[in-house]
Design a protein around this ligand. Structure first.
Ligand code: ADP
Ligand code: MG
Length: 608
């Protein structure tokens, strides 16, 4: 057998397999070329998921006659003038996308050369170029790709349904649109307009139109810098979460990348405020000198390699954590909006006009949620309220007179962000009046958060205080469960929980965290801890594991719903919430309170 050199067309077809494995990948390359050409508007028109036809038109700088001819050749690029792979300042640089696409389709390129004022057109059929002919074309370039993969039947067979291909197309266009807010995009499928984004100046506006207005309203701005690495973007409040991590986007130097780095960072940053199965929505942009990142890891450029991944990781985690702490007392604004929506629907069930339609006009929700943060935070509690504060979270039992209708100092208390407690409903919801509205607090969720934050503070200062039990609590369980718990006995001891084997199938509890003493169902706690330990990835960070255990303990030690509180107790809880970091959500990411402004309540009744 002799070695032979493959013909150019075959080489291009082979390369096409890596660069453009599906219509969405071809579209990504074409749109990136438009962005590299300085376009401010890009229109994408596809038929049958892109398998039949793709047209990408832009208003960029176009190509000269010679460039047009060369653009279809492999490894021909205008973007690496210095031959320096460490100085990549365009999205493209490999010079193989057009050659690959044209090798496996019928492609036609029309372009207006803004320098000479001439327009030219070229066609290419499965890699065979036509003559260049003059044409009439407006500013920009139009690339039409028909019958993608028709010359590589093997690849054609592997394409998914038109629907699936179109979903991928839409996803890629969305990602590009997020990264380039100043560029207008439109996407049409089989004659129907599917996406339309106008050019905007700020990234948040674009993110809101891509991820939904709700995201804009529930997002915290992220901005940080360390050693030349700049991080920006928006991250959802912990109370605004989804069931999967699909809506977490990372862009590196303007490229959308799928990197596990982000998943890990997000998990670490939200660990404390979000349940394991819930995922925040966020879009982060990392910009760093081209020499600090290798984008040439994969032909489709969907992966990157950082020279210093630990730096980027640390930056992302700390910036997210800081934002979460600053936004800690806020709960998702959408929570109150949706609560209002529900109220509105039930408010006027018998009105004939409102049958089938929400009683609250659609525009109402937006006017509510755009009204900005409900209150400023920094106010200090007044002296009389300091006095009413509980020395500890273990609220003493109320005396009958505590249930008197209104304490004298109520008006003063209304000045606090969470207002003056007025009632407890269904033994769990505290209703408080603020200066300009009302607040409903989920007492169990709120207390759980307070206990958890106390634990963490104690832990950081001097370790968790424990209280010995006069007679140990004996909890029977399966031998395997006993083993699981005993393996962690040392860790538990640090958390104030002292356990010891008691025979083969029982555990003796000798001490519990002081914060929980007297209010703990030790048996349930131990079983929950077993479950937690079973679930947990043994390699997870120690800090994470401790916090998870603290969170479980806090949940057990908090005021259960069903406990009646006096007005004084309720007010004490509200004041403590105001002073506690992250008190806007419980440890599972559920909001701890909802606020309604008086204006909104009036609107509900058609008064405003
Ligand atoms: P690369 O983008 O890596 O340079 P491509 O094969 O994608 O490689 O494109 C080859 C060249 O064709 C580009 O370097 C650019 O000069 C030119 N080109 C492609 N698309 C456009 C466009 N829409 N507008 C202007 N020039 C373009
Ligand atoms: Mg390119």
């Amino acid at each position: 057998m002799t070695i032979r050199y493959l013909p150019e067309t075959l080489i291009n077809q082979i390369a096409a397999g890596e660069v453009v494995e599906r219509p969405a990948a071809a579209i990504k390359e074409l749109v990136e070329n438009s962005i590299d050409a300085g376009a401010s508007a890009v229109d994408i028109d596809v038929a049958q998921g892109g398998l039949d036809r793709i047209v990408v038109s832009d208003n960029g700088k176009g190509m000269s006659r010679t460039d047009l001819y060369a653009s279809l050749d492999r490894h021909a690029t205008s973007k690496l003038p210095g031959d320096d792979l460490l100085a990549i300042d365009h999205l493209g640089f490999r010079g193989e996308a057009l050659a690959s696409i044209a090798a496996v389709s019928r492609t036609k390129i029309s372009t207006y050369d803004s320098e000479s004022g001439e327009s030219w057109e070229i066609s290419c059929d499965a890699g065979k170029k036509s003559e260049i002919v003059p044409c009439s074309h407006p500013v920009g370039t139009r690339i039409e790709v028909c019958d993608l993969f028709y010359s590589t039947p093997a690849r054609l067979k592997f394409q998914k349904s038109e629907r699936a291909e179109f979903m991928a197309v839409k996803d890629i266009v969305t990602r590009l649109a997020m990264a380039y807010p100043q560029v207008a995009f439109s996407l049409t499928h089989d004659g129907e307009r599917k996406l339309q984004f106008h050019a905007v100046l700020d990234g948040k506006a674009r993110l809101s139109s891509v991820l939904g207005r709700e995201f804009g309203e529930n997002a915290m701005e992220i901005a940080a810098e360390r050693d030349g690495v700049v991080l920006s973007g928006f991250a959802g409040l912990p109370t605004y979460h989804r069931g999967n991590a699909q809506h977490q986007y990372l862009f590196v130097n303007g490229r959308c990348v799928r990197d596990k780095l982000l998943t890990g960072c997000v998990r670490a940053a939200y660990m404390d405020v979000l349940h394991r199965d819930r995922h925040p929505v966020l879009a982060l942009f990392v910009d760093l000198p081209a020499s600090e990142v290798d984008v040439n890891v994969h032909p489709a450029k969907a992966e990157v390699r950082f020279r210093d991944p630990a730096l980027v990781r640390g930056l992302i985690i700390s910036a997210l954590k800081m934002a979460i702490h600053e936004g800690g007392f806020q709960t998702s604004r959408t929570v109150s909006t949706s609560a209002l929506g529900a109220l509105g629907r039930n408010a006027a069930p018998s009105l004939p006009l409102s049958r089938g339609a929400p009683a609250v006009p659609a525009s109402y929700a937006s006017s509510y949620s755009s009204s900005g943060p409900a209150y400023a935070l920094r106010e200090q509690p007044s002296a009389s309220y300091q006095a009413a504060l509980m020395p500890d979270l273990a609220v003493p039992h109320a005396k009958a007179e505590d249930y008197a209708p209104l304490p004298e100092d109520a008006p003063e208390a209304e000045r606090f962000p969470l207002g003056a407690a007025r009632a407890q409903l269904h033994e769990n919801y505290i209703v408080a009046q603020t200066e300009d509205g009302l607040v409903i607090v989920d007492q169990h969720a709120a207390h759980e958060r307070l206990v958890y934050e106390r634990f963490k503070a104690q832990m950081a200062e001097r370790g968790i205080e424990k209280q010995g039990l006069l007679t140990p609590d004996i909890v029977e369980m399966e031998e395997s469960e006993v083993q699981i718990l005993l393996a962690q006995a040392e860790t538990f001891a640090k958390l104030g929980l002292e356990i010891e084997a008691f025979g083969k199938d029982a555990v003796a509890v000798h001490a519990v965290p002081a914060l929980l003493a007297g209010r703990l169902d030790t048996k349930r706690l131990l079983f929950d801890l077993v479950d937690d330990l079973r679930d947990q990835d043994q390699t997870s960070l120690l800090e994470g594991r401790l916090n998870a255990m603290l969170s479980t303990m806090a949940c057990h030690g908090s005021v259960r719903s069903g406990r009646r509180l006096s007005v004084t107790e309720m007010n004490a809880l509200l004041r403590q919430m105001e002073e506690t970091p992250l008190s806007g959500q419980c440890n599972h990411g559920r909001p701890t309170y909802v606020t309604l402004s008086l204006k909104d309540v009036e609107k509900l009744f058609g008064r405003a």
